[in-house]
Design a protein around this ligand. Structure first.
Ligand code: ZN
Length: 900
């Protein structure tokens, strides 16, 4: 490189080292503390001289006092682990007494009261950057991650989302090391620097943006690309960049990108605004992907797919994440957030948009059920524990700990309820108003709601409580039928249990989509004054009563159709009524939900009674009803049929039990129920398998994926009923499988049947996919999820497997994350060894990658719900972590809240 660390800094004066800018003690930041920045940064010119260990960044920023800020205030710039090499103000070296600098910040003490230019030179070591925030190297590729506060790890800056700047970026690198150089915006001048072996590229982004949307990439990359013409006729080149040789595996992502762009034009009238759109896949990434303007950077697991290496759910996830990041161009980039408390403004809304996209591309009912399963498993769990927080939190110590299921998933549910509440037309008008009035600004949740209030004339102040109140509302239902009066009555009450820091709760505005179903299958017209024509009752207080007239037979209520509000439902219906809904409801979500409720009731009964309650009769009725429904559904919508056959997960069962949970008892109940269903339906399941034999080439489309899902659920249930048969059948499927979906499903079944066949299959799989890290993640994950006492030793062994690495977040999540989140009996081992193992890993990663460490640690958040012995073990591990010196803000925040 041109500038080594030993060379003198070329510009300005050396930093003083006497001052301390701020400490690493996490301070609490409050929503109410918001005040505008004292300075604005209109333009930023960056010159980035890429070097593996000593990258130089020359940043020239045009600052000016903010009219809305405090006159005469010092210019306080954020930094994080930076080395300052030079500083000039308006072309003159800044004298040492005029500023204070440390790796954590830079303050110009008395900046001019007029526009001025500051030129700052910093140096960073991308190879040593294991936190994967700021500029780092992944597999030899230079890349960046700046959200939430990584830009300050590149240069000193006003690193806050409400300071928007126009960026021009010059990137320079060795031509052999980094033939591809990418930045935000549109490409400009580029070329070789004669005699140096280096080259450069200049990128200009005309759209003002906050630093968290900044990105650069440099490396040896292959690409797939195609032209896209926007709805107004502007040509765009869209491209996906991957490790050379992997180009064919990027085709599906490129296709999903094209479909996303078209969909956003058709559904939201949003058009893309630059000449190029680049997606880059990297293998070391803390999260899923990042929406940097015009240059999305992705965890490669959400880009790379081939039938041999990716499952149907990988394809679906790629489609969803590509769409999500693309949709951020309008909801996130063109309209960004005023401060990080408004994170849901871009994330909840963008999740809603990607969910709608996937629903339009696939089966809406199936997708909705998937969304709700995720919400219940992750968000309801979060809401029920010590980490519960509002969709818009009002304080935080570490913002990176708030990229949560609550902000994302519950945030999306709020937007969905808003749409139900307002109806299609007003919702669409409100979105348009929001895009028009807030374009180019850093907005708030209030700005968003104001747009809908303005177009609909409604007062949304009660609805806004959804953003500020944490916890999952519980809705209890009582029904009464009066045959003499032909009158039916539904009484609803809502209550939200207290959450940390929020003892008092108020009622939420609940859109209740509902209808009446006859136990024999006929539809019953809902003659009810309090029901809108679209079948929605808007419940605004803590109780509501609905009276239906002219009801000639006792009906079964179908409530919260399509999961119209994210609540827990307590319903006084018997099994027969629920099974009538399963068979006859017109709402597919509630058909599935009814089966889940019957199953949940008996699973909870089984898991909590010492002797084992007599649930066999109920289970038998459920199995027979499923059998009847399957006759039609396995043909009509195989993916839906597969969901009907999927019992509530152990996590959901534990959550339903709520306290003193014995994970072993839950597991036994779960196994037994699956065994019974598999036995009762054996003939039907065998017929399903015969009818869904793969024919011909693999296609990732939803219909084909649905058939595979059904076929593989059938295998799983048959194996639960008869492990010897399951072992043979899974082994056969494994040998014959022409795609990763069928292969992995078979391996997962085998993994739960101890014996030589399993061990041989696991060994064979590792040989077949040596050199395929993303596939080996599946292999790590399956083994970490084996519900047997030997699993912890197996995991220990796998940590020294050559394909495993603690520096790669995907590997860590596959092995350690699967234990913590997908293996309840072994994580919650009675002897505490699972907890101790996770605590060891968290402490090990605390220094090298605090974000990944903190995320793993959240697995402890259910610790108060387990039985006393396990609870004590979990608590002692949490306290052990809390006692450690040098905890990162990330880990210290989670551990403190978990113990509070
Ligand atoms: Zn997002």
């Amino acid at each position: 490189g041109r500038y080594g660390p030993e060379e003198p800094p070329p510009l300005g004066s050396a930093p003083k080292d006497s001052h301390t800018m701020r400490t690493d003690t996490p301070t609490v930041i409050g929503l109410d503390d918001y005040r505008p920045s004292d300075h604005l940064a209109d333009t930023i010119h960056l010159d980035i001289l890429l070097h593996p260990t000593a990258t130089r960044i020359v940043a020239e920023t045009a600052f000016r006092p903010n009219p809305a800020g405090r006159p005469g205030a010092p210019l306080v710039l954020d930094g994080d682990e930076l080395r300052l090499c030079g500083i000039e103000l308006d072309g003159q070296p800044l004298p040492a007494e005029a500023f204070e600098a440390s790796p954590q910040g830079l303050t110009v003490l008395a900046p001019p009261q007029r526009p001025f230019r500051l030129r700052v030179v910093t140096e960073v070591d991308p190879t040593a950057n294991t936190k994967l925030m700021g500029l780092y190297r992944s597999g030899g590729i230079y890349c960046t991650q700046c959200e939430a506060d990584g830009f300050r790890r590149i240069t000193y800056a006003l690193d806050r989302p409400d300071v928007l700047s126009v960026y021009t970026t010059r990137i320079e690198a060795d031509e052999s090391e980094a033939p591809t150089l990418l930045g935000n915006g549109n490409p400009g001048e580029a070329g070789a620097i004669p005699g140096t072996g280096r080259h450069f590229a200049i990128w200009h982004d005309p759209f003002p943006k906050p630093g968290y949307l900044f990105a650069v990439v440099g490396g040896r990359l292959g690409k797939v690309s195609k032209p896209f013409t926007t709805m107004s006729g502007r040509p765009v080149e869209i491209a996906v960049h991957v490790e050379p040789g992997k180009e064919p595996r990027a085709e599906y992502a490129l296709d999903a990108l094209e479909r996303s762009m078209r969909w956003d034009e058709e559904v939201f009238a949003r058009e893309y605004d630059l000449d190029v759109f680049n997606v880059v896949a990297v293998s070391d990434f803390n999260m899923g992907a990042m929406e940097n303007k015009g240059l999305n950077i992705f965890n490669d697991k959400y880009v790379l797919a081939s039938p041999e290496t990716a499952t149907d759910s990988d394809y679906a996830n790629i489609e969803a994440v590509i769409a999500h990041e693309y949709f951020h161009n309008w909801t996130g980039n063109r309209i960004t957030c005023r401060d990080w408390f408004q994170l849901c403004l871009k994330e909840g809304l963008t999740v809603f948009r990607d969910q709608e996209f996937s629903s339009d591309q696939r089966s809406r009912a199936v997708h909705r059920i998937g969304e709700v399963r995720t919400l219940r498993a992750r968000q309801f769990t979060e809401d029920a524990g010590p980490l519960a927080h509002p969709v818009r939190p009002n304080q935080f110590r570490e913002i990176n700990n708030f990229y949560t299921a609550t902000v994302y998933e519950k945030g999306a549910e709020i937007v969905r309820m808003l749409k139900t509440l307002l109806g299609e037309a007003d919702f669409a008008a409100g979105m348009t108003r929001f895009f028009e009035t807030c374009d180019g600004t850093a907005a708030t949740v209030e700005d968003f709601l104001d747009a809908f209030a303005a177009v609909s004339g409604r007062d949304l102040s009660d609805f806004a409580r959804w953003y500020v109140q944490s916890g999952t509302p519980v809705v209890t239902v009582r029904t009464e039928y009066d045959p003499a009066q032909a009158r039916y009555r539904i009484d609803l009450t809502q209550e939200t249990p207290p959450t940390p820091g929020q003892a008092e709760k108020g009622p939420l505005v609940l859109p209740v989509a509902l209808g009446l179903v006859s136990p024999t299958g006929a539809a019953i017209a809902a003659d009810c004054a309090d029901l809108r024509p679209d079948g929605v009752h808007v419940m605004a207080g803590s109780r509501a009563s609905l009276i239906f007239e002219n009801v000639r037979e006792r009906p079964v209520p179908s409530l919260f159709r399509g999961f119209s509000a994210p609540v827990k439902l307590r319903l006084d219906l018997g099994d027969d009524d629920l099974l009538a809904l399963l068979e006859h409801d017109s709402d597919p979500f509630n058909r599935w939900q009814a089966a889940q409720m019957v199953a949940m009731r008996l699973l909870v009964g089984q898991a909590t009674s010492e002797s084992g309650t007599p649930v066999e009769a109920s289970l038998l009725r459920l199995a027979l009803a499923l059998g009847r429904v399957l006759v039609v559904e396995s043909e009509r919508d195989p993916a839906f049929a597969a969901l009907l056959l999927s019992l509530p997960s152990e996590t959901e069962i534990a959550q339903e039990i709520g306290s003193d949970v014995d994970p072993d008892a839950v597991h036994r109940a779960w196994l037994a129920a699956r065994g019974t269903i598999g036995t009762v339906l054996a003939a039907d399941l065998a017929a399903i398998r015969a009818a869904t034999e793969p024919d011909g080439a693999y296609s990732p489309d939803a219909a084909s994926a649905g058939r595979r899902a059904l076929r593989n659920v059938a295998l799983d249930l048959l194996a639960s009923a008869d492990p010897a048969f399951g072992e043979r059948e899974a082994d056969r499927q494994l040998a014959a499988a022409g795609n990763m979906t069928d292969r992995l499903a078979a391996l997962a079944v085998l993994s739960r049947i101890p014996g030589d066949t399993r061990e041989r299959a696991l060994a064979r799989f590792a040989e077949d996919f040596a050199g395929e890290p993303l596939v080996l993640d599946k292999w790590f994950g399956i083994q970490a999820a084996i519900p047997e006492p030997g699993t912890l030793d197996r995991i220990h062994g796998l940590t020294s497997h050559p394909a495993f690495s603690f520096t790669n977040p995907n590997r860590v999540r596959a092995l350690v994350g699967s234990l913590a989140l997908a293996n309840p009996t072994q994580f919650h081992r009675a002897d505490g060894a699972g907890y101790a193992f996770l605590a060891d890993i968290v402490l090990m990663l605390n220094g090298s990658n605090p974000q990944v460490a903190a995320r793993l640690l959240t697995a402890f958040s259910t610790w108060r719900t387990v039985e006393p012995g396990r609870r004590a073990n979990a608590e002692s591990q949490l306290k052990r972590i809390a006692r450690e010196q040098n905890l990162s803000p990330d880990v210290s925040d989670i551990v403190a809240r978990s113990l509070s």
